[in-house]
Design a protein around this ligand. Structure first.
Ligand SMILES: [Zn+2]
Length: 310
């Protein structure tokens, strides 16, 4: 073969792969590639897919998803995926542009939140009364923290199984049915576990507004948040903090839960002024075994133990 043609070969191979979103290469030599943005979603996607595809999770576990920026390598992984699974609703604030770009070049992007009954932030829930209706803290904004309810994740997984089949030719229907059944069981288990928290103590004060789906499903009241917003990157003003203090006192809340990205000194100051305890809540990171099921048991146990002790 003439040298000139040999030199062109790698370029031609790249062009074929890009034109087919990586599909041509994977059919020939490797499994399809599924890229997931967020670790907690990634745990369930890995269980769903099994051996049917290679799953890559972009965000290292333990980073704050609200404050994460993709590397050039992450963007490349998105561009060459057979399917990208994301949480959606601005959880991955730093990656929206890369996802939109990938979609424009033909990569299927699945957003879990598109397949869930999305809750919006209620009036008053943001730490503000009616006089601040529609204010900067986002009353009426859609809540991205869908993973705090196993039933919401069950809806997302069911839809993802269909998307994997339709958009990437990956059949996981058997595994999907099993996983959905396990999520239903998990929900029942958490309901029983959380039933031990007495009625008067079912109050959540959190680092930011992250526990809405959990509260709606298991019957807890959202009293307020140290950072009154759906992202850990929101900022609390002095007036916000004074109002939160009042809310904690009026509700008789006994615990301030801190999360990833919570300004701990602020949380401690509020707790000491109100007599509440500060307890860390593992709401955005997987436990050591990487399992969503262990994660949710840990989250529910942390809530139940702290409120029972308070
Ligand atoms: Zn969050």
């Amino acid at each position: 073969m003439p040298r000139r043609l040999l030199a062109l070969l790698p370029l031609a191979a790249v062009a074929v792969a890009a034109g087919c979103g990586g599909g041509a290469a994977s059919e020939r030599t490797e499994r399809p590639r599924v890229v997931v943005t967020y670790s907690i979603l990634g745990s369930l996607v890995t269980e769903l897919v099994g051996e049917a595809a290679d799953v890559t999770v972009l965000m290292p576990d333990g980073v704050d998803p609200h404050d994460w920026q993709p590397s050039a390598k992450d963007v490349e992984a998105i561009q060459s995926a057979d399917l990208v699974a994301a949480n959606g609703l601005d959880l991955e604030e730093g990656i929206d542009d890369a996802l939109a770009e990938a979609e424009r070049s033909g990569v299927p992007v699945f957003r879990a939140a598109d397949h869930v009954d999305v809750r919006t932030v209620g009036e008053g829930e943001t730490g503000h009364g009616e006089e601040h209706e529609g204010d900067e803290h986002g009353a009426g904004s859609p809540d991205p923290h869908i993973w705090t309810s196993p039933l919401a994740m069950r809806s997302a997984i069911s839809a993802l199984a269909a998307a994997l089949a339709a958009d990437a030719g990956i059949d996981v229907s058997g595994r999907a049915a099993q996983l959905e059944a396990r999520l239903t069981e998990l929900d029942g288990e958490l309901e029983r576990l959380l039933a031990t928290v007495p009625e008067g103590r079912r109050q959540l004060v959190t680092g930011h507004e992250s526990m809405g789906y959990f509260a709606d499903r298991y019957g807890f009241v959202l009293v307020g948040a140290v950072v009154p917003g759906l992202s850990s990157q929101a900022e609390a003003s002095a007036a916000d903090l004074a109002e939160l203090k009042g809310q904690i006192e009026r509700a008789g809340a006994t615990v301030v839960f801190t999360e990833i990205g919570t300004p701990v000194q602020v949380a401690e100051a509020i707790a000491s002024e109100t007599g509440a305890a500060v307890v860390e809540l593992p709401s955005h990171s997987l436990p050591d075994d990487g399992s969503y099921f262990t994660f949710m048991r840990g989250l529910a146990t942390a809530v139940a133990d702290a409120l029972a002790a308070g």
